[in-house]
Design a binder for this molecule. Structure first.
Ligand SMILES: [Zn+2]
Ligand SMILES: [Zn+2]
Length: 374
């Protein structure tokens, strides 16, 4: 386990993260008990959580860090302004950290390296600063964008004005015009749409670096720690399909299957239909399936190896069948691999059939090897 560098506390960031968390955990319940909540305060909280989180996932992450689509000015402006309200630093800083995360995932230069432990990946990397700060030499493209640089220079002002001052003013005015104490309205907006919203949005983002590298499945690759999880996708506006994302980081989709919960993907798609986004990058279905089949085959081989080495007294009766199944999976994999490299157009039916077959074979292999290991 990595030793936390307690002598390198980043006092400003730490005070902010701990202070906001304490207000959210203690101040907010006290406020709610004393003053209750009205629908306007709730609506502002809901709007701000959604706008902030979506600006991080659609803007900071998929648009600016990965260039997975091109956006028109209003989209860039909105995501940069509400992204700033997340108090997760400027888009330029964020993208630089995130690009290093992908390039060096699970290694020392990964800023939120999960191999240093869950706590480090979640929040430790922000509370403690490693010296020296790595150079931001991987965002030259973003430095050419005037809007990104404007946000970089004024990020804290934007965050304070749009993320705190505006909701407080709206809370003040709403109460004022409804014959209630205006300052209670302002305080409520500060607590809910301000602080509680910041804490929720931040920890949901942090979960992508901690939980999404700890819990879930790895259908596309086991060469990195990233995992797919529907629960995490729900908490993170679709970013929980993190195994897919690390394998195909330039795809605008994280939940690539039609049924997967990915509101950020749906938003980008809708923006493209409205003429506000274009150039949506997608990995071809055949390449995605190739990754899945490759991973399934690796897992099947591992099961076969285990049964061979540590199987019970009856294991020998299933070894031939297991071996045949693994061979068949390999043959399918190589056939698809050749089709992909020869750029053969494969029908959706064919790909679906391969996928179904691979999954049922892997299920069968798992069932048989579990019985042979019992
Ligand atoms: Zn990651
Ligand atoms: Zn990413």
């Amino acid at each position: 386990m990595y030793r936390i560098p307690f002598n390198r506390v980043d006092w400003i960031t730490s005070s902010f993260l701990i202070g906001t968390a304490l207000i959210a955990l203690i101040g907010v319940p006290v406020y709610l008990v004393k003053f209750g909540i009205n629908w306007f305060q709730f609506a502002m909280f809901f709007f701000y959580v959604t706008a902030t989180m979506m600006s991080i996932t659609v803007g900071y992450h998929r648009l600016f860090s990965h260039l997975s689509f091109k956006a028109k000015l209003p989209v860039k402006f909105f995501t940069l302004v509400f992204g700033a309200c997340a108090f997760e630093n400027s888009c330029l800083n964020w993208a630089s950290d995130h690009r290093r995360h992908h390039k060096h995932v699970d290694h020392d230069e990964d800023p939120y390296d999960i191999s240093k432990g869950f706590f480090w990946a979640h929040i430790g990397w922000l509370l403690f600063k490693l010296n020296p700060e790595p150079p931001m030499d991987n965002v030259a493209d973003l430095r050419k964008d005037k809007l990104v640089m404007w946000q970089h220079n004024y990020v804290h002002w934007i965050a304070l004005v749009v993320g705190i001052f505006i909701p407080m003013s709206l809370g003040y005015l709403w109460n004022h015009f409804h014959g209630m104490n205006a300052w209670h309205g302002a305080l409520g907006a500060f607590m809910l749409a301000g602080i509680a919203r910041i804490v929720v949005a931040q920890h949901c983002t942090f979960f992508i670096n901690s939980l999404c590298h700890t819990v879930g499945t790895q259908p596309y690759s086991t060469t990195h720690s990233a995992r797919d999880s529907a629960v995490m996708a729900f908490l993170t506006f679709g970013e929980g399909y993190h195994n897919y994302h690390h394998e195909f980081q330039h795809d605008y989709r994280n939940g690539v299957k039609p049924w997967q919960w990915d509101p950020s993907k749906w938003t980008i798609w809708t923006l493209s239909k409205l003429g506000l986004a274009d150039g949506l990058r997608k990995v071809p279905d055949s390449r995605i399936l190739l990754a899945e089949m490759g991973e399934a085959r690796r897992k099947a081989e591992k099961h076969l190896e285990e049964v061979r080495e540590k199987g019970n007294a009856h294991a020998h009766t299933v070894l031939d069948t297991l071996h045949e199944l693994v061979e068949e999976m390999s043959a399918n994999y190589h056939e698809l691999e050749k089709a992909v490299s020869d750029r053969v157009q494969l029908s959706k039916e064919k790909l679906d059939h391969w996928q179904e077959e691979t999954r049922s074979m892997l299920r069968e292999i798992r069932r048989m090897s579990a019985a042979a290991m019992a």
